[in-house]
Design a protein around this ligand. Structure first.
Ligand code: 0O2
Length: 209
């Protein structure tokens, strides 16, 4: 049976849009209280159909099972300033009663061989369609600005080289991953200093408006 992807992906778009609003709302709450927000910014996407089909082929998922089994058709990415913020966001997600956590992977503490670091949480998110309630699988990736920079670059290189990044570039990427790790570590050490400066800067900007 031919899948009508445009129609089938509508609930996934809805889940992504709703979750984006909710996580952005958390940031706004922190900002309005004048407290450091563990969420710097939020992005979301529905995986493009060619990528869905490629991944399904790679993972041997039959086409009629893709929508139920693929965990990251709907994806949310939460970007934080500091590594500690990642764990605060994880806690905030686990406290919510509008979603159910199905699984998590801590690639922050246990980075992948490629050098990739990020915290992944797979959730089941309920949405309401005209034909009734639906539960949508969503993968939430939580990472620092530095981890995001590295992952974005590595992702483009992977795409450019069709998954076979030349060894000399892989080595550079590994060094870049170490540099990214050190950057996160150094920033964490002066976190209080940075946060005070950011608070003062935000106050100055409000006064000048
Ligand atoms: P895209 O284009 O970003 O969507 P699983 O079924 O959970 O065992 P899966 O789905 O591979 O296997 O889970 P995993 O390892 O948690 O990775 C899911 C997503 O994490 C990937 O989706 C990437 O977005 C990101 N990711 C994982 N490893 C790497 C990496 O080494 N480098 C980069 N840049 N991103 C990574 P997709 O579908 O591969 O890609």
């Amino acid at each position: 049976m031919q899948i009508n992807w445009e129609k089938e992906l509508i609930p996934f778009h809805q889940a992504v849009e709703e979750l984006k609003i909710k996580f952005k709302g958390i940031r706004e709450e922190y900002v309005s209280m004048g407290i450091h927000s563990p969420i710097e910014f939020v992005m979301g996407r529905v995986k493009p159909v060619p990528s869905i089909l490629q991944k399904a082929a790679r993972k041997n998922i039959p086409e009629d099972q893709i929508l139920k089994r693929m965990k990251d058709i709907a994806g949310i990415r939460i970007i934080c300033q500091f590594v500690d913020d990642i764990y605060t966001v994880v806690k905030l997600i686990k406290q919510r009663n509008d979603l159910k956590v199905l699984g998590e992977k801590d690639y922050v503490r246990e980075q992948k061989e490629s050098g990739y670091r990020s915290y992944h949480i797979v959730i089941e998110y309920p949405i309401h369609t005209v034909s009734g309630p639906r539960h949508i699988l969503v993968e939430i990736q939580i990472r620092t600005l530095s981890m995001n920079f590295w992952a974005t670059i590595e992702h483009s290189l992977n795409y450019k080289y069709g998954g076979e990044i030349p060894t000399h570039i892989q080595k550079r990427l590994q060094r870049a991953a170490e540099a990214s790790f050190l950057l996160d570590e150094e920033m964490s050490k002066i976190k209080d200093e940075i946060q005070e400066a950011q608070k003062a800067f935000a106050k100055k900007n409000t006064r000048n408006r």
